[in-house]
Design a protein around this ligand. Structure first.
Ligand SMILES: [Ca+2]
Length: 178
């Protein structure tokens, strides 16, 4: 029953519990990890709110790989968003971006990628509509993403995979010295 999540436990009997884990790219915005079926004033109820998993507006990633979803995914994103994501790989590594899905309002809703830790880092790509490259690499170990939408019309947004990769020519000495 929870969306964007995996459920562990199949029993909905009194006293039994289920736990809910959000799928990759989503975070829990409501509810507890585990809910128990219990009796409350003669009615069979869950002990807490039904967990809800949603794709957030922004985030900070340090895992070696992951998924970035536009907020609201798999539904449409909202108007007037400004979402920032930072991906941080280990020093001496680079970040590979793979566009799995991409659809924003043409000319108005932009995803901008910066080659570094923040907005001031050089832009390596600014995308809207459906035109995206298949892959993109950062030159260093950090990548900053900014998704700006204007005040009308939305679309399904994006699903992006990132993965930390060894920089060409780098070796362990470089990595350890940082
Ligand atoms: Ca728009």
């Amino acid at each position: 029953m929870p969306i964007n999540a995996r459920r562990f436990g199949d029993s909905f009997q009194l006293g039994s519990s289920i736990s809910v884990v959000c799928e990759e790219g989503f975070i829990k915005t409501q509810g507890a990890e585990t809910i128990t079926c219990e009796l409350d004033n003669g009615q069979v109820m869950w002990s807490g709110l039904i967990p809800k998993c949603e794709a957030p507006c922004g985030g900070h990633f340090t895992a070696p790989r992951g998924v970035i979803l536009s907020p609201g995914w798999p539904g449409y994103y909202k108007d007037s968003l400004s979402c920032e994501w930072v991906i941080e790989a280990e020093p001496g590594r680079s970040i590979k971006i793979t566009f799995d899905r991409f659809q924003t309002e043409l000319n108005y809703d932009f995803l901008e990628l910066h080659d570094g830790p923040n907005l001031l880092s050089p832009v390596i790509g600014s995308f809207n509509g459906t035109q995206v490259p298949q892959f993109l690499f950062s030159s260093g170990s950090q990548l900053y993403l900014l998704f700006n939408t204007d005040n009308s019309r939305s679309n399904s947004g994006f699903k992006i995979y990132y993965e930390s990769k060894a920089l060409f020519g780098s070796d362990n000495r470089i990595r350890k010295s940082v």
